[in-house]
Every structure is written in C-alpha cells, then in structure tokens.
Design a protein around this ligand. Structure first.
Ligand code: SAM
Length: 295
C-alpha cells in the first residue's frame, strides 16, 4: 500500500482510512520567520454535524477557509499545525504512536498544545536529537539540537521494541567489560547523530532532509514488520525510505511538487502509484479494501 500523495495535508488527511498507521511521524516546516502561503481547509470539532469520528470519539468536519498567507507568529503556527495533527489521528491504530519533530522555536508551544489535545498521560518522551555541524555563535550558546515529541494513543499498550534499538558506543569503554564495550549500550532520550552528510549518498538535495539513522531508529522501535507509517509533511521521503528498507509500508503526503519529484526518484521502486489531490477519494475508497495490519 505504499503511497505518495501530492496535496495539502489538511485536504488529504480526512479522506484517509481509519486506523491504518501504527506510527505517524511528522517534521513540519519550522517557524522560520518567513511568510507561508498555506491554509485552505480547517478541521472543526463538531459534535452534531461532524461526518468523521476522530480520536476519542470526537467528530469533526473540514471547512474551507479563505486562502492566504499565514503569518509567522507562534499562534499562527499552532493554528496551522494543530488542526492537521487532529485530522490525522483517526488514521492511527489504537496502540499507535505520534512523533512530532520540532526545533527550539516551537517545541514548547506544541508540547502544551499536544498535552491539551491528547492528555498529558499520553506523552511519553521528549527526545533531543543533538548534532554538531556548522558555525558557532559568539553571542549565545549555539543551537545544535532538535526536539522530537513522542505521544502514544494508549499508554498501557503501545509498540516499544527494545531489542530493535541500535547500540551506541560507551563514552568510557574502559570502565566496562570488553564484551559490553564491543556490544555498545542502548540510547537514552538524547540522540547524538550527524546531520545528513553533505556529500554522502543519502543526500537528495531537498532542503531540511532528516537523517535516515534517526528515522530508522524510530521506525524499528515503534512499529513491527508489515506495519504502515504515515508522514504528512514528507519532504524528500526519509520516512518512506526508512519504512520500506525495514519491511514497513508508508503513506507520504506533501503539497510541494518538487518534494514529490524527489520522492518518486528516491522511492520509485516501492510505489505502485503516485496520487494527487484529485485521486484522493479513489485512494480512500480503495484503502478500505487493501489496508492490512500486522500486529
Ligand atoms: C521540514 S520539511 C520535511 C522534511 C522531511 N522530514 C525530510 O526528511 O525530507 C516539511 C515539508 O512539509 C511540506 N508541507 C508544508 N505544508 C504542507 C501542507 N499543508 N501539506 C502538505 N505538505 C506540506 C513542505 O513542502 C516540506 O516538504
């Protein structure tokens, strides 16, 4: 069922089938100070009129709003992001996980909004991805980390494949046995990992591409073979490559035709069809028959 869908995720998400993804990973555009031309649809909680039952039995409808640019204030960013996250939750399995990749500009605002949306008891980890690349500020501590928030739909039942974790070197290998040092240790919630190497073969040229190592770790630990992963800010398709190369399936959405071109090249061998907005209904109808879960 691997899919790449070109379209505004606010438009596409409500049309996806229920409960097909064990994991949602998103890496939305950060609040970078640029004006963004985005919102065209809005998910509105609606007890009576809502056609789709979302997370926690809440129903909602999508309503067209005036097209235009959204300003770069924090409020606007949440106004952009949160309805999209809410519109995606119906696609998660009851034991599914949501990973939201952010940076220092937005992490705290989104954490509070997600606690409100999902409840604090569904919050599992704040993962810090630390890297070390590029120049150093001489006027403040250089920001060299991203924040990845993990929420689970059910804190009593979720996927956490401890044995699937990649091992990392001990900081002081001389203090442990040779066997332990050779095996390495399991990572904590602070992940040291290089950015995508500029000249490495992983590099697609798409801006903001995230490293495969980070996505491999998330997907191996938080899904099982045969599960499906949804990424609705898919960019160059890192999530898709990590999913497919680990025996998982993917549904990727991006509204930028350039991103879809990059994904076609990168993931072509795994994809039966490239969908666009016009085909999304067919996709939704079709998925009902083709989606399989492996537990
Ligand atoms: C930070 S990038 C994702 C990078 C990706 N994680 C990777 O490794 O390549 C964010 C992506 O979200 C897409 N995007 C922004 N707004 C969107 C929307 N409303 N619907 C779908 N995609 C959107 C952008 O086109 C961009 O490709």
């Amino acid at each position: 069922m691997n899919r790449i869908i070109l379209g505004d995720n606010m438009n596409v998400l409500p049309t996806l089938p229920d409960s097909f993804a064990r994991l949602i990973y998103i890496d939305p555009p950060f609040n970078t100070g640029k004006k963004q031309k985005r919102d065209r649809f809005k998910a509105i909680a609606d007890e009576i009129k809502g056609k789709r039952t979302g997370f926690g039995g809440k129903s909602y409808r999508t309503e067209s709003v005036e097209s235009g640019s959204y300003g770069d204030s924090y409020d606007d960013f949440l106004g952009f992001l949160m309805p999209r996250i809410e519109a995606s939750l119906h696609s998660l399995t009851a034991d599914g996980s949501l990973f939201v990749h952010l940076d220092w500009r937005e992490a705290h605002h989104v954490k509070v909004a997600l606690d409100e949306l999902l409840g604090r008891d569904r919050f599992m980890n704040e993962i810090i991805w630390a890297y070390d690349y590029g120049g150093r500020s001489k006027s403040k501590w250089s920001a060299k980390h991203d924040t990845i928030l993990w929420y689970t739909m059910n804190p009593d039942e979720y996927v956490f494949n401890f044995d699937e974790m990649d091992r990392i070197p001990y900081m002081a290998p001389g203090l442990v046995t040779k066997e332990k040092a050779a095996r390495g240790k399991t990572p904590t919630d602070v992940w040291w990992h290089t950015i995508v190497p500029t000249n490495g073969k992983e590099k697609t040229g798409y801006p903001t591409q995230k490293p495969l190592g980070v996505l491999n770790r998330i997907i191996k630990v938080h899904t099982s073979e045969g599960d499906c992963v949804l990424d609705f800010f898919a960019g160059s398709g890192t999530t898709g490559e990590a999913a497919a190369s680990n025996g998982r399936e993917f549904v990727l959405i991006d509204d930028n035709p350039e991103a879809v071109e990059v994904m076609k090249t990168r993931l072509g061998k795994f994809i039966p069809t490239i969908e666009d907005d016009a085909n999304r209904k067919a996709l939704a109808d079709n998925e009902g028959r083709t989606v399989k879960h492996s537990r």
